[in-house]
Design a protein around this ligand. Structure first.
Ligand code: UTP
Length: 287
C-alpha cells in the first residue's frame, strides 16, 4: 500500500530550547531563513507524501499560518514586483494538503500520534519529528519507503552513534538483513553504553503500520505520565516485523541548542547567496 499520509507531531513543550519556545513554536525556529518544519515538509513532499497531518498544541498557531496563503503579503509582493519572493511564498502554501488536529495536553509522543488516528484511518503512514533535520541526497523518508516497499513492515530510521551516546537515544537490537537494513529484535530506551544492544539509534522518521493505534491505546503511560511511542513499538514488535533503515545523510538535532547551531552554520555555508561571505567571516574570527 502506498504511503500517502504523514503525521508531524509538534505539540511538545520544547523545554530544551527555552526561553525561545515560551510563546513561539520550536518548529518555527529558522535555519538561515526557513523554519525547521518547512525543511521537514519539503522532505515529505520529495518522498511522495500527499497529505500532512500536523498534531498541534497550545501556542503553535504560527505553524498553521505559515502553511496557509497570505493574501496581504502576496499582494504587497506583487505590487513591489518581487515576483521571485511571491513565487516562493505561494509555493509554501501549495506544497501538499494539510490537516490539523490538536493534542490538548502534552501526554507524550505516542499519545500525539494517537490523536491523528481519525485522519490517518486504517493505512500505513509516515511520522516525522520536526526537530530532526536530515540533509541527504535521497530524502530520508524516501529511503524508508523503499525499505517498506521491499519488506512490508513498519520501518524506523536508524543511525550509528558513538557508544558513549547510547544513553541519549532509543537503541535497537538488530539482525542484519542486507546492507543498511536490519530487522529490529528489540528496542531499548536510553541504555547505558555497557547495556546497549548495539550503537544503532532511532532517529525521528518512521513508517508505521496502522496497528500501532490499537497498540498505543493499550499502552500505559510511563515516565511523567506520558504514552511513549517506544513502548508502543515494543508491543508491536511481538505481533509484526519492524525494520531499521540506516539512512545515508547527515542528521542534525535542531531541537537542541548545540545541534541547532551546527545546522545553522552548515546550512548557511552551503547557501549560494551567503556561503562565501559567511565562510570568510568565520575564518577571520579569532577562535
Ligand atoms: P521531544 O520530547 O523530543 O520534544 O518530543 P519536545 O517535548 O518538543 O522538546 P523538549 O525535549 O522538551 O526540548 C519529540 C517530538 O514529539 C512531539 C514534540 O513536539 C517533538 O516533535 N511531542 C512530544 C508531542 O507532539 N506531544 C507530546 O506530548 C510530546
Amino acid at each position: 500500500m502506498k504511503i500517502r499520509k504523514a503525521v508531524i507531531p509538534v505539540a511538545g513543550l520544547g523545554t530544551r530550547f527555552l526561553p525561545a519556545t515560551k510563546a513561539s513554536p520550536k518548529e518555527m525556529l529558522p535555519l538561515v531563513d526557513k523554519p525547521l518544519i518547512q525543511y521537514v515538509v519539503e522532505e515529505a513532499k520529495a518522498s511522495g507524501i500527499e497529505e500532512i497531518i500536523i498534531v498541534t498544541g497550545r501556542g503553535k498557531r504560527a505553524i498553521e499560518d505559515h502553511f496557509d496563503s497570505s493574501v496581504e503579503l502576496e499582494y504587497e509582493l506583487f505590487e513591489k514586483k518581487r515576483f521571485d519572493l511571491l513565487e516562493e511564498i505561494k509555493n509554501i502554501s501549495n506544497m501538499v494538503t494539510f490537516a490539523y488536529t490538536r493534542q490538548k495536553k502534552a501526554l507524550g509522543l505516542g499519545h500525539a500520534i494517537l490523536c491523528a488516528e481519525p485522519i490517518v484511518g486504517n493505512e500505513p503512514f509516515a511520522v516525522f519529528l520536526g526537530d530532526d533535520i536530515i540533509d541527504s541526497r535521497v530524502p530520508c523518508m524516501k529511503q524508508l519507503i523503499d525499505v517498506y516497499e521491499e519488506y512490508h513492515g513498519s520501518v524506523i530510521a536508524i543511525q550509528e552513534v558513538k557508544q558513549k551516546e547510547t544513553k541519549s537515544y532509543g537503541i535497537i537490537k538488530p539482525r542484519k538483513m542486507k546492507d543498511r537494513v536490519y530487522k529490529v529484535l528489540d528496542l531499548v530506551e536510553k541504555p547505558e553504553p555497557t547495556k546497549a544492544p548495539s550503537n544503532l539509534a532511532v532517529i525521528g522518521r518512521y513508517i508505521l503500520s496502522p496497528e500501532i493505534f490499537r497498540v498505543l491505546k493499550k499502552t500505559s503511560p510511563g515516565k511523567h505520565g506520558e504514552i511513549q511511542l517506544t513502548d508502543g513499538l515494543k508491543t508491536l514488535l511481538k505481533e509484526e516485523n519492524i525494520y531499521g533503515c540506516e539512512f545515508s545523510g547527515v542528521r542534525y538535532d535542531a531541537g537542541d541548542k548545540l545541534g541547532f547551531l551546527k545546522a545553522t552554520v552548515e546550512f548557511a555555508l552551503k547557501r549560494k547567496d551567503l556561503g562565501k561571505e559567511f565562510k570568510k567571516y568565520l575564518k577571520q574570527l579569532d577562535l
